[in-house]
Write a new protein. Structure first.
Length: 335
């Protein structure tokens, strides 16, 4: 059985479904701080049966001990982390408490239960953004914000733990920019409050929930002055997690791998593609740069292809299509 922390969140919910489809038993753990228990109902519809779920926090040692005692856990997919660059700049203590201290507590519970396999949700923000992309896994590290620093510290912690005991196996998956949703429209990104990520904000503007989008900076040294990112479909992303879990089941030590398409897309290019694919207009205005943002970032994903047999298959049109399908499902009140 696989424990999925942050299992009702955006990426965790998609990963839980794909794990089920791959034949794994799954138990989800989430404190519901940025997700909704209704996700469990939608997962049950898609899977044809309910998923085991525990409401709780990865910093709760007693709860974790109970979870590992109750379920026969073989490995962990660890998604339970805060992820807003802007929020991390404003409140770094919150990020180090949840992301770093929470992972430390989780590792302690795993060790006590003799569970030594983890797929960790890391981030491309660990890279030094002053370098020119594409970023390979051996590129210089140097996060420009506390969120990225918290991910880098967890990576260092996992490497030290693996070096201490050869039973440990970790896959550190450095995400670029996940977007999209399940093709059914029943799973997608539904942040509470004002979205921190670009695609859900675009969708909310297109649906009329918000008046317009603010593009943060048009004076970067990029193709059109706006930030360039490597957007990856969430279904490709979670397929990479299942491949990484299989790798961890067969190998010890630390695997570090980027999950991205290897292609950079600017904010303006994403807006234009979304408008073309969905037929919806996305009004926007230019605002100042955000603290902690870098000009451009995209992946060198050769390691994931070589060691995991994984590569992204879905393109920007599918990302826009499935994001809008999810937003339309929300607007109809079908979820």
């Amino acid at each position: 059985m696989i424990l999925v922390t942050g299992g009702t969140g955006y990426i965790g919910s998609h990963a839980s479904l794909v794990l089920h489809e791959a034949g794994h038993e799954v138990v989800l753990l989430d404190n519901l701080s940025n997700s909704d228990a209704a996700v469990l109902d939608r997962l049950a519809v898609l899977a044809g049966r309910p998923f085991a779920f525990v409401e709780g926090d990865i910093r709760d040692e007693t709860l974790l001990a109970q979870v590992f005692a109750e379920y026969q856990i073989d490995g962990v997919m660890h998604f339970a982390g805060l992820k807003s660059v802007a929020e991390s700049v404003a409140d770094p203590l919150k990020y180090f408490d949840n992301n770093v201290a929470g992972t430390r507590t989780l590792l302690g519970a795993m060790s006590a239960a003799n569970v030594h396999r983890m797929v960790f949700s890391s981030s491309a923000t660990v890279y030094d953004g002053s370098q020119r992309p594409p970023f390979a896994e051996d590129a210089a590290l140097g996060a420009s914000n506390p969120y990225g620093n918290s991910k880098a510290q967890v990576e260092a912690l996992l490497a030290d733990v693996a070096a201490s005991d050869q039973r440990w196996s970790f896959a550190l998956l450095r995400y670029f920019n996940p977007v999209g949703g399940h093709e059914s429209g029943l799973l997608g990104e539904n942040p509470r409050g004002i979205p921190n990520n670009l695609m859900p904000y675009i969708c909310q503007v297109a649906s009329g929930m918000r008046e317009s989008l603010t593009v943060h900076g048009d004076d970067y040294p990029t193709v059109d002055g706006t930030g360039v990112r490597d957007f990856i479909h969430v279904m490709d992303l979670v397929d990479g997690h299942v491949a990484a879990l299989d790798y961890c089941m067969k190998n010890s030590g630390v695997l570090t791998a980027n999950l991205g398409t290897g292609t950079g897309t600017s904010v303006i290019q994403l807006i234009e593609t979304f408008e073309r694919i969905t037929g919806n207009r996305v009004p926007f205005q230019i605002g100042p740069r955000r603290p902690g943002d870098v000009a451009e970032s995209w992946a060198d994903a050769a390691v994931a292809e070589r060691l995991l047999g994984w590569r992204a298959k879905l393109g920007l049109p599918e990302m826009c299509r499935d994001s809008w399908t999810w937003q339309s499902t929300l607007a109809r009140g079908d979820v």
